[in-house]
Ligand binder design. Structure first.
Ligand SMILES: C[S@@+](CC[C@H](N)C(=O)[O-])C[C@H]1O[C@@H](n2cnc3c(N)ncnc32)[C@H](O)[C@@H]1O
Length: 199
C-alpha cells in the first residue's frame, strides 16, 4: 500500500511473494514500473487510493505492507479499514512510520551534557497536518502528525491485534551522519494480524 517507486515491493517480490504494488500517484507507479521486477518474481502495479483500495476484491490478499506512508494519508481509519477488507481472515499487516514521538512538528535537536545529542519535543498532543521548513527534509512535502496511541487504537478499531513492534536502532551509517538517532529512534514499525472474529 502506497508503494511509491516500489522499493519494498521489489524486496518483497525477491523474497518469493507474488506482489501487487498500489499507490495513488500515477507518476510513482510509472517510476515503480520503470525499475522492473527481480528475476523470477511477479509484481503487478495498480493506481489506487489507500483509503478505499477500490480496485481490489475483499479477502484477496494474505498480507499487506506499508512503508513510510501512513503519515501521508489523511484518513487513517479509512486506510486501515480498507486493508482489513482486502485481507483474508487472519491476514497480517506490517508497517513502518516515522517515529511519531520524536519526529514531532518543530522538534529541535539540541546538545546536552556538552556533547550528547538530544531532542526537545513539544506539541505532541496537537494532531495536525504540517510541513517541515527544512528544505532538505522529506517532510517538507507535508504529513499528518498523530500520536502513537492514535495509530495503535486505529489498528484495533480496524480489527487488528498487534503482534510485534520495533524501534530499530540507527545503522552505523545513520549514526555517523546523524548522531542524534543513536539516542532516539527514527522509525516505529509493527506487525498486526486480523482478529479471527473480524468479518
Ligand atoms: C514517502 S512515500 C513512500 C513510498 C514507498 N512506500 C517507499 O517507502 O519508498 C509516500 C507514498 O505515499 C503515497 N500516497 C500518499 N497518499 C496516498 C493515498 N491516499 N493512497 C495511496 N498512496 C498514497 C505517495 O504517492 C507516495 O508514493
Amino acid at each position: 500500500m502506497a508503494c511509491g517507486q516500489g522499493i519494498a515491493t521489489r524486496l518483497t517480490a525477491s523474497l518469493g511473494a507474488s506482489v501487487v504494488g498500489a499507490d495513488s500517484s500515477p507518476t510513482m507507479i510509472a517510476n515503480a514500473r520503470r525499475h522492473g521486477t527481480p528475476e523470477g518474481s511477479e509484481i503487478r502495479y495498480v493506481v489506487a487510493d489507500a483509503q478505499t483500495l477500490s480496485p481490489f476484491d475483499s479477502g484477496s490478499f494474505d498480507a499487506a505492507t506499508c512503508q513510510l506512508a501512513l503519515m501521508d494519508i489523511p484518513d487513517l481509519d479509512a486506510a486501515l479499514m480498507a486493508i482489513a477488507r482486502v485481507l483474508r481472515p487472519q491476514g497480517w499487516f506490517a508497517f513502518v512510520i516515522g517515529h511519531p514521538c520524536f519526529l514531532v512538528p518543530h522538534a529541535q535537536r539540541v546538545t546536552i551534557d556538552e556533547d550528547r545529542p538530544a531532542v526537545t519535543v513539544t506539541g505532541y498532543f496537537n494532531e495536525r497536518f504540517w510541513r517541515s521548513s527544512n528544505p532538505n527534509g522529506v517532510r517538507r512535502a507535508g504529513n499528518h502528525h498523530r500520536m502513537l496511541s492514535t495509530y495503535l487504537n486505529a489498528l484495533t478499531r480496524a480489527g487488528f491485534d498487534v503482534e510485534e513492534c520495533q524501534e530499530p536502532q540507527a545503522s552505523d551509517l545513520l549514526a555517523r551522519q546523524q548522531p542524534f538517532y543513536t539516542e532516539v529512534p527514527i522509525f516505529f514499525g509493527a506487525r498486526a494480524q486480523l482478529r479471527r472474529d473480524t468479518r
